[in-house]
Ligand binder design. Structure first.
Ligand code: ZN
Length: 182
């Protein structure tokens, strides 16, 4: 049974640590951690979550993009565990996009990320995977990878005009959809 874990917020020193590599993917502790992260992200309407966010300073995160109340426009994918992930190459194009974080409740910020990236990681079966990611899923990967290096998205926000409340952000999305319809 997967268990929902408590998500820590900015200010907790664990979020500022560089996480340690996962030594043994098959370890039941690691497999349990993966299940709990997936469950915690699902219940919190997260599209990704990194182990340090539940106080486990290990290089492991979940990418679980799906449309939900916090990210109505997210693409749908199976929750994917990525262990010891690496960004191995990226295109030149940086795109600005609004991000939120379960560890920064109620806030959205405009963050530049690479539009196209090549990544490597171990799956939960221990096999090495190489993938090309683009757009929103590439953004999630870069956001979660930052968590493993003690970085939160607020560190990458350009200025005070690039922050807004989650409520205002969702209002802005609704307004944009209304005008594209009309
Ligand atoms: Zn986050």
């Amino acid at each position: 049974m997967a268990t929902k874990r408590d998500v820590i917020a900015v200010g907790d020193p664990v979020l500022r640590q560089v996480a340690a590599p996962v030594a043994d993917v098959a370890d039941p502790y690691v497999q349990r951690l993966i299940d709990d992260l997936i469950e915690t992200a699902r219940l919190a309407n997260g599209v990704g979550i990194a182990a340090p966010q539940i106080s486990c300073s290990e290089r492991l995160f979940i990418v679980a993009s799906r449309p939900n109340a916090r990210y109505p426009q997210a693409p749908l994918m199976e929750p994917t565990a990525m262990l010891n992930p690496r960004l191995v190459a990226h295109g030149e194009t940086l795109v600005q996009g609004w991000e939120g974080c379960l560890s920064v409740p109620g806030v959205r910020g405009l963050v530049p990320r690479y539009e196209h990236i090549d990544v490597e990681y171990l799956g939960r079966d221990g096999a090495l995977r190489r993938q090309q990611l683009a757009d929103f899923v590439a953004r999630i990967f870069q956001h979660e990878l930052d968590h493993l290096d003690g970085i939160v998205f607020l560190d990458r926000v350009g200025g005070k005009d690039d922050l807004m409340s989650e409520a205002d952000y969702l209002d802005m999305l609704l307004a944009a959809r209304g005008s594209s319809r009309g």
